[in-house]
Write a protein that binds this ligand. Sequence first.
Ligand code: AMP
Length: 284
Amino acid sequence: MRIILLGPPGSGKGTQAQRLVQRYGIVQLSTGEMLRAAVAAGTPVGLKAKEIMASGGLVPDDIVVGIISDRIDQPDAKNGFILDGFPRTVPQAEALDELLKHKHMKLDAVIELRVNESALLSRVETRVAQMRERGEEVRVDDTPEVLTRRLASYRSQTEPLIHYYSERRKLSTIDGMMAIDEVTRAIHRQLLALGAVEPKTHARSAAKAAPAKKGAKKAKVAKKPAKTAKKAAKSAKSAKKAVKGAKKAAKKVAKKSVKKAAKTAVKKGAKKAAKKVTKKRAKR
Ligand code: AMP
């Protein structure tokens, strides 16, 4: 399953993405997280992104597209992924389309979490307070001023994606103002309706569920060819039998017609001979 989560900062994308990861055993590809890791590690990408991120601006498209392209190729993304924070602009969405086409991959859905903007600020403030309470490091861009800039950037650069994916019939909008569990349920229902997930997928730890499921699937897949081979062998046998039968029948028919022909010939010959004898007798 490959999906995109769209929504302004503070809309709950990260929380919902983590739940989807747990439930479906797919990976979350968050460009924000990857860029923050690059900044922390001091890589060339990190050095380029650092200032831009701190001010709430957008990192250049070629950098984020490159990061995502490499990440999608990693083995853990084979099972599927959730894009969180990417694409953020129409050119990024176009680049993603190209990239997926090139990799022969299809996007299942784009889930938009629609939220009331006035609630976002208080949500982010709550998040920051909770992080501080847990003694976690608070993001440098989680301040009211930077959030206002990030929101403005979302409106002008990312919101056009709603139209982009709606035109391509990929967009599903969900009310992000509901309780977290409600939003999760609504996303699941939507994925079910789109056929992106199987109805039996229950909420459980992917770490526990995935191996058993995978094994079962593999067994099924492995059984299939064996069954198909058996079937093929069976039909080959019956085809051989049919050919044999047809040959026998043909031989029988041929024998019968030879006999009949011979009989007719004999009969005809006898008749002719009898006629000759009668003629001779008559002459006499
Ligand atoms: P996020 O964690 O998604 O809010 O992203 C944090 C910051 O990383 C953003 O404010 C941007 O500066 C940068 N960033 C993340 N994703 C992208 C992207 N797709 N395009 C450009 N910049 C991004």
